[in-house]
Design a protein around this ligand. Structure first.
Ligand SMILES: Cc1ncc(C[n+]2csc(CCOP(=O)(O)OP(=O)(O)O)c2C)c(N)n1
Length: 594
């Protein structure tokens, strides 16, 4: 990591009182100053001419660490992971034109998964911008950044006058963190970065974080009554529970009232996998017992979750047909436009609402007897529809590789990142999560292959002491394979477990299920990933059977430094059960499509 750290002393001209009146500073220096105001320790960037002034200001006049992956997407996902793990906005910097277009995907991820991110984009000088003239381009590498990112950001600013910079920077940091978190883009023309201005022209005012919305007493009372009288309650916990730090309040509620908890992908770990009340992942790739519980519930309480198609299936009105449905969310728009019809909408952040609810509820003994028959019914479904691995070939099963890794790292602080595909779902099914000791980083709303490796990089930089595991499919790995170079260069102790089925397998399965045809685009002849890792200077091993995996995976995970474990898994293993389109949650498919 040392290589990327700018270690020159922090001699910002603007902070010296004597220099204040006299020495003007540049727009780029103003940006570095605002990083300091917001206690930014790391910026993730890929360089280019139009952000060179800011890079110079950071490198030569601050102690901020610059992390420079191998392309903008890599920098973006690393910044997202850093933000998730520190709770503070990640900072991404990219150059104009191709730098911006490469960054669009991680910006979209930040938007859909509510991750605070401040993105500084270089831009050609204001005199070179095409403005409203009907030509494609005036400046070299000019692109309409603001128009490109507007629908996937909380706000996007084009700064035309350097004197506006400090205030816009403060607003960006405020907006990224306030309410439902997300990305903010600041587009910075070259001449604005280079303009000089008086250092003392800006007196920062501390933006006041507006109070969190507070649930109405009446709504909470109604919900408390429903909880006290329900016989078959289920909680569906989403990313909002994790983001609000409401996992403690959620666990108290579930344990005191004996309420089982199903989770969305971003909500995983809100209830520990080891708890008998955890139903794990629900929805299209959840378990049949979690989905049966939701479907048969008489009270469904959805907290901090969008209830989108991946959680409910394609028939939202029939998600929980026998239940009263209550929903707690920070985002009023989500409540007003809920996909699933609601009986009660509570506009509040998860922690505040659950705290207030706790005060209202009477205190029964742990594991309320009222729900005992319901928990027993769920347990019988759990036994009837296990997420077991079928031993039908000698080949290593992906589920086994994941379970072996899970056991090998018990007792440690674990951060797991994944790509997108079957492996992204096998991980929650076979690896135990328990937020914040064992947490999952994955691209949920945007579902982006290639999130895996760079997210692991940001995670290891943000939490150097944690064990970072990256479970990645062969397809996802190749989206940002170049980031092996960043891992090797920064000597990041990341363990990469490649679940190689020689296919873009989840899409191939989808094609077979729906069109009964052989999906040739899904078949991939892969390189030897272990040799590729070695070429980057990363230790690697290959396993192809369960017996070899049981020895080699724990041994490889014990090594210090980066390791790539190439698991050649059974290419015929499918993601089952799965909820198909047009089916309700009680009716998952268990049938192979081969
Ligand atoms: C950037 C991007 N392009 C395309 C897709 C569509 N897609 C989703 S999963 C997938 C295949 C993933 O393959 P792999 O990483 O090998 O995972 P597997 O399903 O084999 O576990 C594809 C093509 C996507 N999610 N992201």
């Amino acid at each position: 990591m040392e290589k990327s750290v700018a270690s020159v002393s922090e001699a910002m001209p603007a902070v010296s009182a004597s220099a204040r009146q006299t020495a003007p500073i540049s727009g780029a220096d103003q940006i570095a100053l605002s990083f300091r105001r917001h206690a930014i320790t790391h910026v993730y960037l890929f360089p280019g001419g139009t952000i060179a002034p800011i890079i110079d200001a950071i490198e030569t006049r601050t102690k901020i660490a610059i992390v420079c992956p191998r392309n903008e997407q890599g920098a973006g996902y690393a910044a997202l992971a850093h933000a998730r793990l520190t709770g503070k906005p990640g900072v991404l910097m990219v150059t104009s034109g191709p730098g911006v277009t490469n960054a669009v995907t991680p910006i979209a991820d930040a938007y859909y998964d509510n991750i605070p991110l401040v993105v500084l984009t270089g831009q050609v000088g204001t005199g070179d911008m095409r403005g409203s003239v009907p030509v494609k381009q005036r400046g070299f590498q000019e692109v309409d950044t603001i128009d490109l990112v507007r629908p996937i950001t909380k706000a996007a600013f084009l700064v035309k006058d350097a004197r506006d910079l400090p205030e816009i920077m403060d607003r960006a940091f405020f907006l990224a963190q306030f309410g439902r978190q997300g990305p903010v883009v600041i587009d910075l023309p070259m001449n604005v970065q280079r303009a000089s201005m008086p250092a003392d022209a800006y007196a920062p005012t501390r933006p006041r974080f507006d109070e969190k919305p507070k649930a109405s007493d009446e709504a909470l009372l109604r919900l408390a009554h429903w909880i006290e009288t329900a016989s078959r309650p289920v909680i569906l916990a989403g990313g909002g529970v994790v983001a609000a730090g409401a996992h403690g309040a959620l666990r108290r509620l579930a344990e005191r009232r004996g309420i089982p908890v199903a989770m969305s992908l971003p909500g995983l770990g809100a209830m520990p996998s080891s708890s008998p009340l955890s139903l794990g992942l629900c929805g299209y790739a959840g378990s049949q017992h979690a989905n049966l519980a939701i479907y048969n519930s008489d009270l469904l309480l959805a907290i901090g979750t969008t209830l989108h198609v991946r959680q409910t299936g394609s028939l939202p009105e029939r998600t929980a047909p026998k239940a009263k449905i209550a929903r707690i969310d920070l985002d009023l728009n989500e409540l007003e436009h809920s996909r699933v019809p609601l009986d009660l909408a509570i506009h509040a952040d998860a922690e505040t609402a659950l705290g207030a609810l706790d005060d209202l509820l009477a205190r029964p003994a742990i594991g309320s007897p009222r729900t005992q028959p319901w928990l027993a019914a769920i347990d019988s479904w759990r036994a009837r529809f296990p997420l077991a691995v079928k031993r039908n070939s000698r080949r290593l099963k992906p589920q086994e590789a994941i379970a072996i890794a899970d056991r090998a790292v018990r007792g440690k602080e674990i951060i797991v990142s994944t790509g997108v595909g079957q492996h992204q779902i096998w991980v929650p099914r076979h690896f135990a999560f328990d937020y914040p000791r064992r947490l999952l980083l994955t691209s949920s709303g945007h579902g982006t292959m290639g999130y895996d490796l760079p997210a692991a990089i940001g995670a290891k930089i943000a939490r150097p002491k944690a064990t970072v595991l990256c479970f990645v499919g062969d397809g996802s790995l190749q989206m940002n394979l170049q980031e092996l170079a960043t891992i090797a260069e920064l000597k990041l102790d990341i363990k990469i477990i490649v679940l190689d089925n020689q296919a873009l397998s989840i899409v191939a399965q989808f094609q077979r299920q729906n069109w009964k045809s052989h999906p040739t685009t899904g078949d991939k002849r892969n390189p030897d990933f272990a040799r590729i890792a070695r070429a980057y200077g990363i230790h690697s091993v290959t396993v192809a059977t369960a017996a070899s995996a049981r020895k080699a995976i724990p041994a490889a995970l014990k090594r210090r430094g980066p390791v790539l474990i190439h698991c050649r898994i059974d290419p015929k293993e499918e993601l089952l059960p799965m909820l198909l389109g047009g089916h309700t949650l009680d009716d998952m498919s268990f049938e192979t499509s081969f």
